[in-house]
Design a protein around this ligand. Structure first.
Ligand code: AMP
Ligand code: MG
Length: 314
């Protein structure tokens, strides 16, 4: 059975001994391991059921530690770090030779982030090194935003979970790559506005991944077990069915089945999305219907996750 704790010192000792620990971050809970112990990093892939071709993000306590992992830190990266670290931004930079290729999935680039959650910071300070920490869920299922979600994902493990309550941001970090000979790219949308990132680096961000492998960007991802359908117009037959669940975005209609309304504010919606999916998924419904939010920029990361969690109704 997983063990919930609030003792960051004890969790740091577990990590040093090569064990895994789930840690809260402001985005989602991460399954942490010492990024310098290959056996521990491998256990992260095993426990998640994640393919080893899918690289991991190294979490650090302080910006200065980036130099221990990246061979060069370009000026644009420094400006982004100053502006958004600690926070929900991951930077992909050229990796130093010493960085385990288990962590980078064989690539010569490494992804780095300094999380803002006070308990993640306490754990990183006590640990004093880099921690890989992909989302603490089985591969392809919903990312956890509470200690309870993590325990539910790994019920048979003896995993220690540092319980830091509900995650404030609720969606995975924005990922920007800044590699020599390539344009700056936004590899994954997060809740940081694209325009704010571009303003700091002083140039537009490209979208596509170029020659970089960025697995974890599969079409099906972040998905509940219940077949989920995203709609603009709710289908009438489903409204009348008690076996259909509903996730509304500020304009709920009266319906027979269980329903949650996450409201029309993108930040609050993002913070509540995965918990709502866990809750509705547990009901064993026939279908889950998700009302699509407005098609504007503030909702871009949410649209990205909903597209991976559901099929869109015409
Ligand atoms: P997560 O699943 O939240 O741990 O995020 C990991 C994701 O970050 C991966 O699936 C990739 O999309 C991206 N990523 C991590 N490391 C690298 C890297 N070295 N190069 C390119 N993308 C990376
Ligand atoms: Mg994940």
């Amino acid at each position: 059975m997983p063990h919930l704790t609030q003792n960051a010192q004890a969790c740091a000792a577990r990590l040093r001994a090569g064990h895994l620990v789930a840690m809260p971050t402001e985005t989602v809970y991460g399954l942490a391991a010492d990024a310098c112990q290959e056996a521990a990093v491998q256990r992260v892939f095993e426990l998640k059921g994640r393919p080893s071709s899918n690289p991991l993000i190294v979490h650090l306590e302080r910006q200065e530690q980036a130099e221990h992992w990246a061979s060069t830190v370009p000026a644009a990266a420094r400006r982004l770090m100053e502006a958004f670290w600690p926070g929900p931004l991951t930077l992909v930079l050229p990796a130093r030779d010493e960085v385990s290729r288990c962590v980078t999935a064989g690539q010569d680039s490494v992804a780095l982030r300094v999380p803002a959650h006070p308990m993640a910071r306490a754990l990183l300070a006590a640990f004093d090194g880099g921690l890989v920490a992909p989302s603490a869920n089985r591969y392809m299922s919903i990312s956890p935003t509470s200690a309870g979600h993590v325990a539910q994902q790994f019920p048979d493990s003896d995993l220690w979970i540092l319980d830091g309550g509900a995650c404030g941001v609720g969606l995975e970090s924005s990922i920007v790559s800044l590699l020599p000979g390539d344009a700056p790219r936004l590899l994954r949308r997060g809740m940081l506005p694209r325009a704010s990132l571009e303003a700091v680096i002083g140039q537009p961000l490209e979208d596509k991944a170029g020659g970089l492998r960025t697995p974890g960007q599969h079409h099906r991802h972040y998905a509940p077990a219940t077949p989920a359908l995203a709609f603009v117009q709710p289908p009438v037959h489903a409204i009348a069915s008690p076996r259909c669940g509903w996730l509304w975005c500020g304009q709920p209609l009266p319906c027979q089945g269980p329903a949650l309304d996450l409201g029309d504010d993108p930040k609050a919606y993002a913070a509540g999305l995965y918990a709502a999916l866990y809750q509705l998924d547990a009901l064993g419904l026939e279908h889950l219907y998700i009302q699509l939010p407005p098609a504007d920029e503030a909702w871009a990361a949410i649209h990205d996750r909903l597209a991976r969690a559901s099929q869109r109704l015409a």
